[in-house]
Design a protein around this ligand. Structure first.
Ligand SMILES: [Zn+2]
Length: 142
């Protein structure tokens, strides 16, 4: 049997991310706003913004989303990527907003274990010092 050698090492790199035409979403988070898009032609709306409609392909326009919604579904994560590992276990929710066609994924915080239910009313909160990341917004019970 061949001997397989392994070693551990730290790997770190700084890189620049461009949000391009999705920049209004991240700018919105710095102003405590949730920005989505709506198709100008068929009116389908996207809580996770899309620049072109998935239904008809026409361009979408930016809209401000409601900041309160309901839990569509949820899960508890006991493992995560390096960025979220120290937060485990944490709860991910898919948020339903009134009048919006699609769902929005976020974290649900400030909730007692065993009290999350589908249809639960929740509201957005924003980090005091935004980092231009999707995690600048999270949800709490309303
Ligand atoms: Zn459309």
């Amino acid at each position: 049997m061949k001997k397989i050698l392994t070693r551990e090492f730290n790997y770190s790199i700084d890189y620049q991310v461009s949000y391009g035409e999705l920049s209004p979403f991240f700018e919105g988070l710095t102003k405590k706003k949730l920005m989505g898009t709506r198709c100008a032609a068929c009116k389908k709306s996207y809580a996770t913004p899309r620049l072109n409609c998935m239904e008809c392909g026409k361009p979408c326009k930016w809209i401000e989303l409601p900041q309160e919604g309901k839990v569509h579904t949820w899960t508890t994560c006991h493992y995560g990527s390096e960025e979220f590992l120290k937060q485990t276990p944490y709860h991910l929710v898919l948020v339903e907003f009134p009048g919006v066609s699609t769902l929005f994924q976020s974290q649900l915080k400030k909730v007692k274990e065993g009290t999350i239910t589908i249809g639960m009313n929740i509201k957005a909160e924003f980090k005091k010092r935004p980092l231009l990341k999707a995690s600048d917004v999270y949800f709490v019970p309303a």
